[in-house]
Design a protein. Sequence first.
Length: 202
Amino acid sequence: MVRGKTQMKRIENATSRQVTFSKRRNGLLKKAFELSVLCDAEVALIIFSPRGKLYEFSSCSINKTIERYQKKTKDIGINSKIVEDHSQHAKEETSNMMTKLEFLEVAKRKLLGDGLEPCTIDELQQLENQLERSLSRIRARKNQLFREQIEKLKEKEKILFEENTKLREQCGMQPRQASEEQEVYMDVETQLSIGPPERRVA
């Protein structure tokens, strides 16, 4: 005969409930004993019957096992609190970083000329001043690079001139007369202008 599956709910009949309690209690105590012996585990089991009677099993001292359990849960609680604090701090840092990134993205769009509709006159003036300062720094850096490049070219020209002079002397040719202190500048006039081209009258 196949036994039916036991429904997980309170047994209403008091006698059946007591019989089931006794059987399950003995089975549970047996399993606790087997676990402690077979696996060398520290096991403590406490059972109170519906009438308040105490049943217990311990592989060693039940008080020591309870003390060990309390200490362990306390340590776990402390570690959990530390992890929770770190997690909260990380969430706040992430939120702050996201806010900063959004602010920088908005500022970048404004510098590119986008999203200017909600800006006030003062904000637009500040943006214009910032662009002018940035442009001034860019021009200063560009001029510095030009000057450095010119100095390198002058140094290269001097080296080439000295090598040319040595070659001419080796070939018995008269070296060119050049003063190292003189510099020749060439002004190139261009007809570049800003704005629309002028009309020429035929």
